[in-house]
Write a protein that binds this ligand. Sequence first.
Ligand code: ZN
Ligand code: ZN
Ligand code: ZN
Length: 356
Amino acid sequence: MKLIPDTALGARAIIEALVGLPERARRFALERVAIVLTGGASHGGAIELSSFAKCAWLIVLDDRVGAASTFLHELAHCMSGHREPSVDAEHEAATLAQSWGARGDSGDADGCAGRFRPRTQPAPVAALSVDGRELHLACSKCGATCFAIALVVAGLDASCWIECKCSNIGDIVNLAPLVPCRCGERAGVTWAASATPEHPLATWACSCGERIERELRSGPDPSPPDDPVIDADDPVMFPLALAAADVARIAHSMRAMGADGPANPVAVESVRAGIVAVRTSLAKFAHRLAPDDLRRVMLNAAAANLARVSSALAAGDASAAADAVTAARRTLAALLGLPDRDRGDVPAATPEGRKS
Ligand SMILES: [Zn+2]
Ligand SMILES: [Zn+2]
Ligand SMILES: [Zn+2]
């Protein structure tokens, strides 16, 4: 076993869970498994792969309260040979983990199965422009052009990250299997020497002699515009941008908490404390605006949605909390994107004051 600890407390909890296992499971863990803890004292880590040479499975854990139960759940996935996520896999892993002493959600078979949501990735089909020189990837489910980020390195196989508004996660795809040569064979597709991420030119080179260059075209970005660059001297937009960033972080924490079942009470309380801080700053900001200012109405709507997040979290209703945080984020994003003329009476930022 290879253990990469983050805090002594977190590592110790894993070791204690390990010695509490039936010997067969402990043997499996000691012989086959690597464990990486992160998020306790660090934000991440870089580890040479050779450290894991003797391991068949890698378990990555948030170093937080409850990590030992999560470890048992993940170890159960490894021992059961679950290579694809599924409802059945969740049920089986939680049942086994519970028999090993996992507490809370990690050992709750029906809960884990019920919370399971498959990851949906876009399945692209290639579409060429009339002259064949431009390529976009259309989503086979909804037909929209996938948002694409070309992973350009001259001479390397051409691949890109794609996302679609109809999927909940993106994917890295290789261009070669998507567009065969005109002769029907699979051509080698590499990034051209002159290619850059902004101008992702790829070369199709086929054994039949055909050689053609095409540029990959992206569709619109499906993620909400929640990270505008705001001038720190702008008295109106800057506090709003900070609040929007705080809400984005809250949404992120909520997603992280939900990743392996609902969170422990400490995490929930820390998120709720974060919400109080943002609501306070929104209230201060709203207070400076005229009563009939549209932004004041929107700020109050965002604050009300944050209050809903807090009470939904307290009630353990993760999906209501997620809906409310999304609504709050949309309102703040809309506020940040409002044109000057819609901002009411408070001196608005000069256009030069904003970079975007
Ligand atoms: Zn699981
Ligand atoms: Zn789609
Ligand atoms: Zn060919």
